[in-house]
Design a protein around this ligand. Structure first.
Ligand SMILES: [Zn+2]
Ligand SMILES: [Zn+2]
Length: 270
């Protein structure tokens, strides 16, 4: 079973609506033996009335209780840091504060704005928008060091107005190469986010699965670490589109993914 390494609970992520018990039950019911919990932490974020930070020491303590409650299901203690330029030192500090199994880095903002709410960026030509977004991810992966996974490179696509928009390698090859160079040289992983696949399907996008050009190039450059995560926030969404993602990766010739435990990668066959 391929680990679902990216999930949220309402106890620490302000946009999540599932309890730890709901998540544990669903993971067990779906036959999983190991899951990652990666709560949101935004060092700098536009004021939207929500609290995107939390006490890491309290999280560390709570996690021990969760592990007891989870029984046979292994819980990987993770976090998802949102990146904007300038927060890299703080992310480095926070990543070292408690013993995480896995640290995800994400870009949730475009030019300082939450594009889920502020639609301005979608007026840009898709190639320009995607190129700048991937360049931001590359910068994040270059400037930060104490992390394991670059999450949802296609996040900018999820909320696009134009349903034929899609992040592809050919749109911004230089930016993707920069991102992959940073990940590969530092032993970090690229995430395939299956919530993005679900969003594309539900949103009526003309394409749903990650661009083969992106994955093939990552592998050609020497990328070995791919993680899978459903980014679940609500009951019923754990491991969403996992079957589709696994079959797709196999069709491209991938044979394994990784999960991180105690910050080290472990391979799992597809
Ligand atoms: Zn995210
Ligand atoms: Zn997430």
């Amino acid at each position: 079973m391929v680990t679902d390494g990216h999930n949220h609970t309402k106890h620490f992520s302000p946009d999540a609506g599932q309890s730890i018990d709901e998540l544990i039950s669903e993971a067990k019911a779906k036959g999983f033996t190991r899951i990652g919990i990666t709560e949101h932490y935004e060092v700098e974020y536009p004021d939207d009335g929500l609290d995107w930070t939390f006490d890491l020491k309290e999280y560390d303590k709570t996690f021990e209780i969760w592990r007891e409650r989870a029984g046979e299901l292994e819980l990987l203690k993770g976090i998802e840091f949102g990146y904007v330029p300038g927060v890299e030192k703080e992310i480095e500090r926070l990543s070292a504060l408690i013993p995480f199994d896995v640290v995800l880095l994400s870009v949730h903002l475009f030019r300082g704005k939450d594009f889920y709410v502020d639609r301005e960026c979608y007026k840009l030509p898709a190639k320009e928008l995607h190129g700048e977004y991937i360049a931001n991810m590359a910068e994040m992966c270059e400037k930060c060091n104490n992390y394991n996974v670059a999450a949802h490179y296609d996040y900018i696509n999820r909320y696009a107005d134009n349903k034929s928009d899609f992040v592809t390698y050919d749109e911004c090859p230089k930016e993707f190469d920069r991102l992959f160079e940073a990940l590969i040289s530092k032993g970090k992983a690229l995430e395939i986010n299956t919530k993005s696949i679900k969003k594309h399907i539900d949103g009526g996008f003309t394409r749903n699965l990650p661009d083969a050009g992106i994955l093939n190039r990552y592998r050609a450059m020497g990328g070995k670490y791919i993680t899978l995560g459903s980014d679940s926030h609500f009951p019923g969404t754990f491991a969403v589109c996992y079957g589709e993602a696994i079959e797709y990766l196999k069709s491209l010739g991938f044979t394994e993914t990784v999960y991180f435990k105690d910050r080290k990668p472990y391979f799992e066959p597809l």
